[in-house]
Ligand binder design. Sequence first.
Ligand SMILES: *Cc1c(COP(=O)(O)O)cnc(C)c1O
Length: 234
Amino acid sequence: MTSQDPHSPSADPAGLQDVRERLARAAQDCGRDPRSLTLVCVSKTFPAEAIEPAIIAGERVFGENRVQEAMRKWPDLRARHSDVELHLIGPLQTNKVREAVQFFDVIETLDRPRLAEALAAEMARTGKRPRLYVEVNTGAEPQKAGVLPADADAFIRDCRERLGLTIEGLMCIPPEEGQRSPHFALLAQIAKRNDVPLLSMGMSADFELAVQLGATHVRVGSAIFGKRPPLVSG
Ligand SMILES: *Cc1c(COP(=O)(O)O)cnc(C)c1O
């Protein structure tokens, strides 16, 4: 292991290896096949030079939370690594739907009828169909995106029946304070009763717990790439 300034945005292969081992152990501990888990490497705010070593090390699924930032960073990386899969994990405004549909393989943050309508229209227009996850605001936090748990069943049904969308997964970001497990368990319950196969839950601090409670996708940033550089606008 090389010593590294924790504030430098360079990729940390030691961080990636450690996350892979933690993930494999978490799967083993609850009798799940590690191959049923997908590590989504959250590369938001990190420059291409920091991301590419993770691709070279074999990672293929990456998460970005802003459309513009992803469209700046990823075209060159994708030209060199065509099999990378990109997930949008941040809020999507309806005026960015065109870019998001064109650019992302998975949109994890579908959370309101207006957005579902805009996505359905754009997907019909272009024939490009990113896979969709519905974000659920499991903590019912007023400032946070996501459908309320009580509205989730109706929203998923509306997406499917009225708009013809395939909902592949659910995603949540639990409140920063308090126990995570009730939120992960709630998301798993909503998925089960709606026949939604994938669960995107768990981040650097709590992905083992999320795996225990059924996560199929964990979104891990700082444990792989180190401390995030300050956010730049755009
Ligand atoms: C930043 C972010 C993550 C990763 O967080 P870490 O704590 O750095 O692992 C996961 N999910 C979402 C939606 C994020 O915005």
